[in-house]
Design a protein around this ligand. Structure first.
Ligand code: SF4
Length: 123
């Protein structure tokens, strides 16, 4: 039996609606994409969807108690609950700078957790 989904490609601002069907032989039929990135995006959405996880982690001795973070690159969607459980345990010490890698290789995925704002040390 064929499996079929429609996704909105987020690889560029055009946002093409892309239809993808997985055929019984394992190949894919893709339509609606205007370029090959849309094909790759649709296949990934069907086989191993990924998302940018944005959240915050605790800061010790900071002017703010939390720092916002995001995963770079995107993390497999099915690992988000486990990632959140791990992230809740993490504390970093101020100061934190935007772009600092606060966690490397989260859950052994090769994905890093990067600060998206700065938090100064409390005085
Ligand atoms: S299929 Fe190509 S043109 Fe369409 S949204 Fe994706 S990247 Fe952009």
């Amino acid at each position: 039996m064929s499996e079929k989904i429609t996704v909105v490609c987020t690889s560029c601002p055009l946002g093409c609606r892309v239809n993808i069907t997985k055929k019984p032989d394992g190949s894919f039929a893709v339509s609606g994409n205007k370029c090959h990135r849309g094909y790759d995006f649709a296949v990934e959405e069907m086989t191993n969807p990924k998302r940018v996880l944005t959240t915050s982690i605790r800061v010790i001795k900071g002017k703010l108690p939390l720092v916002s973070v995001k995963t770079v690159p995107r993390i497999p969607k099915n690992l988000i609950p486990a990632a959140m459980k791990e992230i809740k345990k993490i504390k970093v010490e101020a100061p934190v700078r935007t772009g600092d890698v606060l966690v490397k290789d989260l859950l052994g995925t090769g994905v890093n957790l990067v600060a998206t704002r700065s938090v100064e040390k409390e005085e």
